[in-house]
Design a protein around this ligand. Sequence first.
Ligand code: HEM
Ligand code: HEM
Length: 135
Amino acid sequence: MAFIHPIIQAIAIVIGPYAGYLGWQRFMRRRFHWKRHIRVGFAFFVMIITGTVMGFAITYFLEGGIFKTGFHALLPFIIVPLLSIGAILGYILSKRNKGRALPTLHMSINYFTVLLIFLQAYWGVGVLTEFLGSR
Ligand code: HEM
Ligand code: HEM
C-alpha cells in the first residue's frame, strides 16, 4: 500500500520529460507530434495530481495524519498550482494559436515545474528510505 504513491510518481517522472521533449520539437520548429504531446502532457498532469492526493491519503492512513514528511509535504503546494496553470495554458493553446508569448510561458512554467518534481522525487526517495528503515 505504501508503494502505490511512489510508483505512480515514478511513472509520472518518466512521462513528464517525454512531454517536455515533444514540446521541445515544437520550440525548435521540428516535426511536432501535436496530439501525442497533448495526450502525454495531460497524462502527466493527471498522474501528478492523483499521486499527490494518494501521497496525502497514504500518509494519513499509515501515519495517522498529514504533513509528516517535511519539505516533501510542502512542495506540492507550489507544484500543483503551477502544473495546473501550465495545463490550462496548454488547453488554451490546443484550441487556438495564440502567437509566441503563451507558448513560451507554457514552456517555462512546465519546465520549471518538472525541475521541482525532480527535487520532490529526490526528497521522496529519502522519505521512503526512512519509512522502510522504521518498519
Ligand atoms: C495538459 C497538458 C498539456 C497540453 C494540453 C499542452 C499543449 C500544448 C500545445 C497545444 C502546444 C503548441 C503551442 C503552439 O505552438 O501554438 C504546446 C507547446 C509546448 N509544450 Fe505543451 N502541453 C501540455 C503539457 C506540457 C508539459 C508537461 C510540458 C513540459 C514538460 C510542455 C512543454 C511544451 C513546450 C516546450 C512547447 C513548445 C513551446 C514553444 O513553441 O515555444 N507541455 N503544448
Ligand atoms: C518517485 C518519487 C517519490 C517517492 C519515492 C515518494 C515517496 C513518498 C513517501 C514514502 C511518502 C510518505 C508515506 C508515508 O509516510 O506513509 C510520501 C508522501 C507524500 N508525497 Fe511523495 N514521493 C515521490 C514523489 C512525489 C511527488 C512528485 C509528489 C507531488 C508532486 C509527492 C507528494 C507527496 C505528498 C503530498 C505526500 C504526503 C506528505 C505528508 O502529508 O507528509 N510525492 N511520498
